[in-house]
Design a protein around this ligand. Structure first.
Ligand SMILES: [Zn+2]
Length: 392
């Protein structure tokens, strides 16, 4: 999300969103919510509204309880109507999206139909790629993406086939789109070697976009709550031990710990056993949310011990492929209710997306789906989530 320049009130969401489509999304978003006890799952709890329509703006100094958040969705809440004793309860809303390749693959880079050509055609309009979803990311408290590539002028590539590179200035796309934080633990952030990686980090720093992964931890305060992001490649030996050690170290202070994994098998619609083992290990160690990517397609969302694992978020702004076979994706959203610094309950929802406004060719601008198309993507996620449950 983009930090607003002026404090917002809970009721300001309608002004911020300005999208009539979002009210329709209230009926479309799939949602499940859980208390901290981790007991019975309430998959697909009906009637839940997408988190984007709830709660207080990020600069609002007051903490809203979940009940106040519910009423905020109807636009009826006012500061005076907040329940007494809500000061210790904070609602944090996080959005997450999958693979974002803000550049071209090396072969044919800059040719017609590529990401950089599209941006050039638009007069280097850095707001373009995230422009359809930016209002959603502006309305949450934190937006996380996987940056699947480099932002560098380095030319010495290390990935012989698919080296992904965009201009350092493209980091501004994330900032303008309301994405505050990206994971760099993936198989493309090193495509242009250590210098390309370092330049990518500098480009993100310059744009004011946080980054984590490969040993770097992002720690921040969001509405007074400690939020930690960790990122890992799923495959290497010793990952599980590192994950458990890091989560236990970060979690002992309370707050929210979110773990991103770049894992699994490309194009596989079901999570592989090693993804499930690693995801469970992260939750067992204290993670409050697990976000997965790399397969380039959507996989299921699992509830495990009262926490959520989104095994693969698919692609999002995906410059590395001008004509992907699968354009379906989601904006994943988690609502954390934090009481006295501890996560008291969580609720999962997602907004169906097509990663291109044009269904025939990738225009690199993800759009929210509506109607039958949204329902189809929602059912796809539901079916893949149900298959996960059937395995257990
Ligand atoms: Zn990958």
């Amino acid at each position: 999300m983009a930090r607003p320049t002026a404090p917002r009130r809970p009721g300001a969401f309608a002004l911020v969103l300005k999208l009539s489509a979002l009210s329709a999304l209230a009926a479309l978003a799939c949602s499940s919510r859980h208390g901290s006890e981790g007991g019975a799952a309430a998959e697909g709890a009906p009637g839940a509204l997408p988190a984007v329509e709830r709660g207080a703006g990020p600069a609002d100094a007051r903490a809203l309880g979940p009940a106040a958040g519910e009423r905020a969705a109807t636009g009826q809440v006012t500061p005076a109507s907040l329940p007494a004793g809500s000061a210790d309860t904070v609602e944090i809303r996080v959005s997450a999206v999958g693979d974002c390749a803000l550049g071209d693959i090396r072969q044919g880079s800059g040719a017609p139909g590529t990401f950089s050509a599209k941006i050039r055609e638009l007069g280097e309009d850095l707001a373009y790629p995230f422009s359809a979803v930016a209002p959603i990311f502006a309305a949450d408290d934190l937006t996380i993406a996987n940056l699947e590539g480099t932002l560098t002028r380095a030319t010495r590539h290390q990935n012989p086939v698919f080296a992904v590179r965009g201009k350092p200035e493209y980091a501004g796309m994330l900032r303008l789109g309301g994405v505050e934080l990206v994971n760099l633990a993936n198989n493309h952030s090193g495509d242009y070697g250590p210098s390309g990686y370092a330049e990518t980090e500098r480009a993100l720093d310059t744009a004011g976009v946080g980054h984590f992964g490969n040993g770097r931890v992002d720690r921040r305060r969001v509405k007074g709550v400690d939020v930690v992001n960790l990122g890992y490649l799923g495959g290497p030996k010793g990952t599980r031990e590192a994950v458990v050690r890091d989560i236990e170290r970060e979690k002992h202070r309370g707050g929210i710990v979110i773990v991103s994994f770049h894992w699994g098998i490309e194009t596989y619609e079901q999570a592989a056993p090693d993804q499930i083992r690693l995801g469970h290990a992260a939750i067992d160690a204290g993670a409050d949310l697990v976000l997965g990517h790399h397969p380039h397609v959507l996989q299921g969302i699992e509830t495990y011990r009262g926490r959520h694992i989104a095994y693969s978020l698919g692609n999002f702004v995906f410059g590395a492929n001008g004509k992907p076979g699968d354009l379906d994706s989601i904006v994943y959203q988690e609502r954390f209710v934090v009481r006295d610094g501890q996560v008291a309950s969580v609720e999962s929802s997602h907004l169906p997306v097509r990663i291109s406004g044009d269904p025939r060719v990738n225009d690199f601008r993800p759009v929210l789906l509506e109607g039958a198309e949204a329902e189809r993507v929602r059912q796809k996620v539901d079916q893949r989530s149900a298959a996960l449950r059937a395995k257990r």
